[in-house]
Design a protein around this ligand. Sequence first.
Ligand code: AMP
Length: 186
Amino acid sequence: MKTLSDADRAYLLGKIRTVENFPKPGVKFKDITTLLNDKEAFKFLFDHLEERYKEMDIDYIAGIESRGFILGAALCARLNSRFVPIRKAGKLPYTTIGEKYSLEYGFDEIEIHIDAFKSDIKKEKPNVLLIDDLIATGGTAKAAVNLINKSGANCIEACFLINLKFLKGDEDLKKLTNIYSVLEIN
Ligand code: AMP
């Protein structure tokens, strides 16, 4: 399965801006808008993701709100696949299935449409690639994999542009699905 060289990773990482103390003090926010508006870097990233996923039997790509929508929809266009949004509670208009997950204080909830994986697929359990820009503690991604599996599909891989490795969010997630991170920050 294709992965990137160290030089390729350094190139992409250099296109992502780090904003200190956003959205709250102490957070180093990884801002991918700088990569999205660099057309060479954007093409480079999606050439790589297309290469990695074109031979995999992916029926749907599920993107987590909101940067997962951008990456997921762009990858769908490359792979001729079907996009499914996973959104914060209360945003999707039709009947939904929800999954709560813990935050530092309290909890959050994400939702998916109840019929998200029931379009033209004849398979009993369609294959889903989950995508988001970044995995930190892994709580959001774990809830998303649970939602996909609860919806009658099979999450075959979770793909992230960035893995904040030092937060170890991938350790629990890898018990649920395969993980691919384009970039890792230690
Ligand atoms: P978590 O559930 O802790 O893995 O958080 C992942 C979600 O929060 C993803 O949807 C990310 O877009 C966002 N996120 C968390 N930490 C950061 C960060 N340092 N920079 C950018 N986005 C972040």
